[in-house]
Structure formats: structure tokens, C-alpha cells
Design a protein around this ligand. Sequence first.
Ligand SMILES: [Zn+2]
Ligand SMILES: [Zn+2]
Length: 390
Amino acid sequence: MPPVTCLRCGGRAVIKRPKNHHKLCKICFIAAFEDEVHHTIVSSKLFFPGEKVAIGASGGKDSTVLASVLKTLNERHNYGLDLVLLSVDEGIKGYRDDSLETVKRNALQYDMPLKIVGYDELYGWTMDQVVETVGKKGNCTYCGVFRRQALDRGAKMLNIRHVVTGHNADDVAETVIMNLLRGDLPRLSRSTSIVTGSSSSEVKRSKPLKYAYEKEIVLYAHHKKLDYFSTECVYSPEAFRGTARTLIKSLEKVRPSAILDIVRSGEDMARLTPDKGQNACACDEGEGMGGCGSADAKTSGSELAQMEASLQTTSHSSNLETEITTNGKTVDDGSVKLPIRATPRAKERPSGPLQTLGQCIKCGYMSSQITCQACTLLETLNKNRPEMSI
Ligand SMILES: [Zn+2]
Ligand SMILES: [Zn+2]
């Protein structure tokens, strides 16, 4: 059997891209992945020169790849960005404490400053204590709200107004499906747009990896030998999200383009839907930084886990990292086109008057309600606090 040739350079292909089944050598895969993220960044005018950007870093694969790619692109294309790692310590023993060790190593590897903000110091509660009180069911809601605000607060402490998160195409597709199944089209706008802000935050959020497939992120991390943490959150993710995730992975099996197709459909629907997404619900979009949202649901994580395991075992051999069959047709055109639709930015933001911004009467945090979401949740928690005095 003759070796399969790389679509871009004619060398020996060792990777079949999960996204489009193009066969590439390792160097061309890494280059293609980086070029595509660069294209996303440039076409959506994500950054301005000199901008200070915090990377929401969990030590997981998505945010580690994001940090690595941003560092590479920042240097290669002279973005002029000042990059900082920002981590949230939810206080989950055996999960976050270990993954934070990974982030600390990443900070050294990428030569980036690291800031860690803890639920404990911000709210007086660790997630372990929250779960002790409210049980495992519904704890993701607390974690989502707390994490969102923690990232904002961390960014403010650093005087940064832009936080990038590691949300990938799979995460976005998941959210589109969830909103569709809930019949909640207005929410699509916020979940699909690359840049999101909410009325309760001065900090802009964006997702530079929103068109990157989760499987390709795993491949990229593997071939670049990135140091990341791959254990799932010990608390089970929201069941509905897990179901949406399973559905998307099944669709991807029979039609690899399905993930991007769902993302693009979501973008198109968002354009047709008046934006009503003012009430930011932090649990809505997952967090894309190794939180519950991007952790693999137990029901569907096995395939990715297997992929990672098989990458581990084959990494020592010079043989195929990913199996390639020769019966697939190769495309003559060496270029990899990105099915990205550029949207005029003005259209993504409502032009009318925004909901009035106020401050939470309890914590002073920006909020469109009298008390912010975090304080509302804390009130419930503190009522049920077992014996412990604050
Ligand atoms: Zn090549
Ligand atoms: Zn508050």
C-alpha cells in the first residue's frame, strides 16, 4: 500500500482531519489549524494592537491550546497583544487544585503572567462546600454564575477589558442545539456570536476557537506536545447539555461537517432573531475553560478519551498517529477553505438603547437587577449554611 500523501505539501500524511477528512502531515496540520484561527481573528477584527487580553485558563485542552496558539500567532503576525493567563479556583478538590498546577506550568512555558481568583475569597464558598449544601443536582448553575463573575472581577483587578475563552465549535453547536430544543431563539444570538458582552459586565468576552473542532484541538495539543490536564470535573455536568453533546457527536460521525453546519445555522438564525439576550445567564453557554460546560459528559466523553488514550500509546512510534485509510478520495486543491461567514459587527450588537446598567446593592458588581445573580444565589446558600459561621 503506497503511503498517503499530504494534501498541502505532498509529504507523508499522518493525520486525517476530523473536520473535513483532509489528509495532512503533522507540520501542515499544525499550520492549517493556526491559519484558520488567525483567519477567524482577522476576519472578525477580534483584537486591536496593544490590547491587554486575559486568557481564561483552566489547564484543560481548550484553554491550553488557545494560550499556545495565541502566543504563536501574536508573535508571527505581530498582533501586539499583551497576554495574561486568568484562572478561576472554584475550590474543587482533586480537580481544580490539580489543574491549577498545570496552569502554573503553562505560565512558565508561555512566559505569561498568571492571576488566580478563588470562589472562596470572592464569595466565601468553595464549590465543594456549595455541593455539600445544595447537593450535586443543580450545582452547575452556581458554578456557572460564580465563574462568569469571577472572570470579570479577575479581569478588572488586572485592568483588562477583554477575556478570551476556549469555547470550541462543538461547544457552540451544543448551545445552538440546546437553545433550539428549548425553543429559545433570542438566546442564540449571544451564544453564537464570537464576541459577547452582557449588560451586567464591562468586560468583553470572545471565543477565538469557535470554529475549531474539539477533536482537532486534541490533535493539536498532542502534536504540539502541550502540557494540559484532562480529568473531568468531579461533579456531573448538566444532563441536558450532556444529551445535546451526545447528539452532536453522533451527527459528527455520519457527517463531519455537521458541527460547523450547526454553528453556521445558529449564526444565520441569530441574524433573523431580534436580540433579547440582555439577561446573561452564565450557565447558558458553558465556560469553554474546562468548567462543566466543556467537560465531556460521561455519556459521550468516552470517544474523546479513547482518542486521547490512543494518541498517547502511538506517540512513541514514528508510525501513524491517526489511522488513515486509502480508499478516501483526496481533493486536488491544496487549500483548506474555512466556511466562515463574516458578519458586519454593527449587526451583531443591538443598536437601540441598552438596558440600564446598575450596580448590585450587595456587592457593587454591575448588574441590571437590584442584586446580581451571584448575590441572589449566595443569599439562598447562606440561608442553608450548616452551622458554620462566616
Ligand atoms: Zn504536509
Ligand atoms: Zn452582587
